[in-house]
Unconditional design. Structure first.
Length: 363
């Protein structure tokens, strides 16, 4: 009887309504994100998301109790739902009219660097032994738009925490290198503002770093780099759909293997599961991203709203990555070693050089 009386309150605690059960973890995430966002605005080359994941890791080390079951529901909610919502909000900054103004002349360079990054991630990831989530996130982050692409891919495939942290660290490292080296290299090569803007927009990852490098070169180079970067962000749509389709195929293959062994998968056999729900093939957050971009293009999102929406998107993605940092164990990073960073370095050089070569070929 004594044991029943002691355990009863604990059991009751875990049957709290969802919102109340998530509040402790959400509060921790929001407090840390509230410190990371202004720091990211002060040091835009680093950015709030990187500060967020670092603060999350440090808080988890300093106060291990934040990883307990009391905080887990809120942290899990932030790392998944806020991440998906951030992608939708970031879509409001993408105007298809701006994309159209870039012109067909820049598309070969953008598509070529995309192919180089993704193909290089597949090839060199295999050679270095960097596989699965880490390989995908570093490749997508290098190919498209850094932290935002990593967030979208994470939401699509449910990547491991350690893979997200490694991908962000890699992207951050080479963003810094690019901001410091691209402008002097551009002047050394005698590049026009338009050529440099195309180079920065296709070969630098995060938007803040593209802006920093572009405007360090010249005003017109910065303007060109931003539009190229926005156009590059559109490739998130086919990439995310492809990642989801590959994930579903792997799950179905695993299900068939279990069926052959006479086991069940999600309570059903392959012959009884029926057609795959469209929601699993087309994530709702991707539909929201496209809808937000459509509203922006149609003029339903006034220009005056854009700074606030951009800040909201940054806050959401920072909070989501803070939550990922809180649940991350340093051992998960140590186990991977330096190979993911080496993969990022190879891809960065491959894309930077490839962009220059493609420009010279198609100009």
């Amino acid at each position: 009887m004594v044991q029943v009386e002691i355990r009863a309150p604990r059991t009751a605690t875990w049957h709290l309504p969802p919102l109340r059960g998530r509040l402790p973890g959400l509060l921790v995430v929001l407090v840390l994100a509230a410190a990371a966002v202004p720091l990211g605005r002060l040091v835009p080359v680093v950015g709030g998301p990187v500060f967020g994941i670092v603060f999350g890791v440090l808080a988890g080390l300093a106060f291990p109790r934040v990883r307990s079951e009391v905080f887990r529901p809120g942290i899990d909610f932030a790392s998944k739902n806020l991440l998906q919502l951030s992608i939708v909000v970031l879509g409001t900054g993408l105007s298809l009219q701006q994309v159209a103004r870039v012109g067909l002349s820049s598309l070969p360079v953008m598509l070529g660097t995309l192919a180089l990054a993704l193909g290089g991630a597949w090839l060199f990831g295999r050679l270095l032994g960097v596989r699965d989530d880490t390989q995908i996130l570093i490749g997508v982050g290098t190919a498209i738009c850094g932290g935002s692409a990593i967030a979208a891919a994470t939401a699509a495939i449910g990547a491991r925490r350690s893979s997200v942290a490694y991908a962000l660290a890699t992207i951050f490292t080479f963003n810094i290198v690019a901001v410091l080296t691209f402008p002097p290299l551009g002047h050394l090569l005698g590049m026009s503002p338009e050529a440099f803007g195309l180079w920065a927009g296709t070969a630098i990852n995060d938007t803040s770093s593209v802006v920093a490098a572009g405007y360090a070169y010249s005003q017109s180079a910065g303007d060109q780099a931003i539009v190229v970067k926005l156009t590059r962000s559109l490739t998130l749509i086919p990439i995310v759909l492809t990642l989801v389709a590959l994930k579903v195929r792997r799950e179905n293959r695993a299900a068939r293997a279990l069926d052959v062994q006479g086991a069940s998968y999600d309570g059903a056999t392959a012959s009884t599961r029926g057609p795959l729900p469209w929601k699993k093939l087309v994530p709702l957050f991707l539909i929201g991203f496209v809808a937000a971009a459509g509203l922006r293009t149609a003029g339903a999102v006034p220009d005056g709203w854009l700074p606030s929406l951009s800040l909201i998107g940054t806050c959401l993605i920072t909070a989501a990555l803070t939550a990922i940092g809180l649940s991350l164990r340093p051992r998960e990073l140590r186990d991977a070693g330096p190979r993911p960073l080496l993969l990022g370095a190879i891809l960065w050089v491959l894309v930077a050089v490839g962009s220059l070569v493609l420009q010279s070929f198609f100009s």
